[in-house]
Design a protein. Sequence first.
Length: 296
Amino acid sequence: MNLDHIEAFVFVIHYGSFNKAAEALFLSQPSVSARIQSLERELDCELFDRSGKKIFLTEKGELFLPYAQQILQSFRVSKQLLQHPTALPPELRVGSTSLASGYLMPNLLRAFAEQHPEVRVKLTTGPSDEILAKVLNKELDFGFVRNLAHPGIQSERIYEDPIRLYVPAGHRFLDAASLSLEDVASEPLVNFECDSLDWLRVHRLFDRLASPPDFAYQVDHVEAAKRLIVQGAGIGFLPELSVRHESEAGRIFAVPLAELAGIALQTHLISLVGENGAFAKTLRELGRIGSQSHSA
DNA sequence: CACGGCTATGTTTTAAATCA
DNA sequence: TGATTTAAAACATAGCCGTG
């Protein structure tokens, strides 16, 4: 068994097929098969379930994966150490959801860099599930994701971003004394889609209305939703952090809606249990401070 | 030092199985 | 049926090592 075997194993999982892994490794498919078989012989167990058209990891394969990642990572780091003994920048690999990457990470990572100038930071954006999987596989050290639970993962709420109703400048709601859900449903809505449970609560608000609201736009990109609202295409619900600049510049306004009280997007910091304690502390503190300075 | 055998690992080709 | 994967056969290449 050698590193090539382990590399082949990791590549096959990453690309989801023997063929694609072979292509990526500049090898033929039989060679990849041979490497995997060699590894399976050495470990004395099946790593892949090859019964179907798609391949899956067996239970033991799942167990082996994080160690395989670790072995490759260790080798890369040690090789770097031998070749460039002076320059060994520790790397912090952070994953986060698209919203957090756009509006929380820039400030947080810069503040982190001030405290740890020697650490290089790598930010990866993706859905919460994907980030979780990468943290479990040791492809990432930390994740900023929506609330989720998993054995082997420690999770802590970092901050809450209240969801508010936003309208463009000059909108009639700005003069209204108080708003009802019926008022909101009578306006064209820019509906920002988000796979968060908190977001579902916003949509539930309209369930009990007699006439459904007019979702003029369904948008899965928060910047697009924001600009539609700024341009007067409609009104919509957005997380506060995402419209901070436009709000300060007077291009978009939050209007109070009693039903939204307590509805907020939660961002949690996750990491493997018992790992990266020192960095976790800093990130946790920065996350708190970051969220406070935003609302100020 | 040159040679040949052994071994590991690679490629191509071919065949067979499985699934949508 | 077509796409995909596993597996095996036949051959090439490179490194190691003992021998003359």
